[in-house]
Design a protein around this ligand. Sequence first.
Ligand SMILES: [Zn+2]
Length: 257
Amino acid sequence: MLNTQSLRKRLTDPIEAFQSLGETINTPHGPLVFQDNGAKVLAVAHLDSIGTTRPRLKKGIVRCTQLDDRLGAWVLLDILPKMGIHCDILLTDSEESGQSTAKYFTDTDRYNWIFEFDRAGTDVVLYEYKTDQLCELLEGYGFQIGYGSFSDICFLDPEVSAINFGVGYHRQHTRHCYARLRDTEAMVNRFAQFYSDQKDERLEHTPSYTRISDCDELCNKDELYNKHKWEYHAGNYGYTDIDKFREEWSEYQNSLV
Ligand SMILES: [Zn+2]
């Protein structure tokens, strides 16, 4: 069983409390905390959430709105290190408003691959990193590949693959958010096997759009970033009119709050 001693603290600590865990970059969309452990694999979690509720833990089930994605932060900070898995860690803000501060992290190419635990249930999503080869690799460890819209890893533009693992929460973005810790534990254990075999393998990825970091330093990074990402997501959803997509997407985001 997972030791839940530190879980309540990770769920309720203000974002500022995480800043002592690494170097903080302050961005227009909130802080980005980077913990450098000299690792070859980068782990990501977002600290913001939609609303807050008091955590309740009973019989292996935890109920709390902040599980998305403080449960992921807890796995990275408190569970994996105890299992001997020491990654570099990136903790972001503003993911839920589509402005993840992950986009201010540009030093991605020194990693072999990138991952996060910010997914409902127990499947795995790959977004623009999806290839037959990566799916087969993950399926070989018993992971099921699902489909997701976006998360922090979509805000990076690495030359390596990034993977979002299910962490066991359900009904995210509502007051009824809960997680079965048995599911969290099963995903962590499966991940540990994957990590132990693959940590030294570079999982290459070809960015599918102009690399943000390759563009002229003088251009507005936010604006450029948004242009690339909107085009990418609009295409993914079959939209040809970017403005229409943008409008419908923000309506959808607002309906979740
Ligand atoms: Zn999330």
